[in-house]
Design a protein around this ligand. Structure first.
Ligand SMILES: C[S@@+](CC[C@H](N)C(=O)[O-])C[C@H]1O[C@@H](n2cnc3c(N)ncnc32)[C@H](O)[C@@H]1O
Length: 230
């Protein structure tokens, strides 16, 4: 098995579903033209997030880490017309490109991009009485993933689906402690997730055009309830 094969299978799967539509292709083109890092979820994982949001029947979604709005567009397309997605982004330039992409996707009425540090914005959302959200997608800096998870729990209710991307990191999570704070941050998150009785959780590794990585999935159990986070 090789990265080439993983990429070929990802392309095959993407083509199977008709390939990228004009809006999603333009989203990636605009982000490349703006010199932004090309670290959005792959087309197949974007589609997967869309299906998850539909399966959850999500009407309200919170995303941490907007970049150019690629995953936000996939997720928001699963919302009903009166649904809402709030996406948090530290970099104002990323947020500006994302807002443009979201507008081009015809989703500005249901997507709000907020600019600032994720943890601070999450506290602000709590203070505003926002939520509970039906689904949370964590995809920002890795060191504070555990804190993002705990903040997400405070904005959740029973049945909320919490998804976190990049939690395998080419397998390095299994190699013990190291000095890469993205890996140690994710190891700390994975351990916190596995030990937290307020959620039923699983972590799935995957390969694809973006290499070897994984996603974590957690559903808030009935006993935890809204504001059940620590
Ligand atoms: C992996 S990208 C998000 C990709 C996006 N979810 C997608 O798939 O289209 C991570 C984003 O998180 C943002 N970010 C990094 N640290 C952050 C923080 N502390 N608070 C909010 N956003 C942050 C980065 O600027 C970047 O745009």
């Amino acid at each position: 098995m090789s990265d080439e094969l993983y990429t070929a299978v990802d392309s095959y799967l993407d083509e199977l579903f008709g390939g990228p539509d004009r809006v999603l292709a333009a989203t990636l083109e605009r982000s490349a033209a703006a010199g932004m890092p090309q670290i959005a979820v792959s087309p197949n994982l974007g589609r997967f997030l869309h299906v998850l949001a539909l399966a959850r029947g999500a009407r309200s979604i919170l995303e941490i880490g907007t970049l150019a709005g690629y995953s936000a567009i996939w997720l928001a397309r699963a919302l009903p017309a009166d649904g809402r997605l709030i996406s948090l982004e530290r970099d104002p330039k990323h947020a500006e490109v994302a807002r443009q992409n979201i507008a081009e996707a015809g989703l500005s009425d249901r997507v709000e991009v907020r600019v600032g540090r994720g943890l601070e914005l999450l506290d602000e959302l709590r203070d505003e009485g926002a939520g509970p959200f039906d689904m949370v997608f964590i995809d920002a800096d890795k060191a504070p993933y555990t804190e993002y998870f705990h903040s997400a729990l405070r904005l959740a209710r029973p049945g909320t689906l919490i998804v976190a991307d990049n939690v395998v990191r080419e397998g390095r999570v299994a190699l013990g402690p190291g000095d890469d704070e993205a890996v140690t941050g994710v190891q700390r998150f994975n351990a916190a997730l596995a030990a937290d009785e307020r959620v039923a959780a699983a972590i799935v590794q995957q390969v694809g055009a973006k290499g070897h990585d994984g996603m974590a999935f957690a559903v808030v159990r009935a006993a935890a309830g809204a504001n059940g986070g620590s």
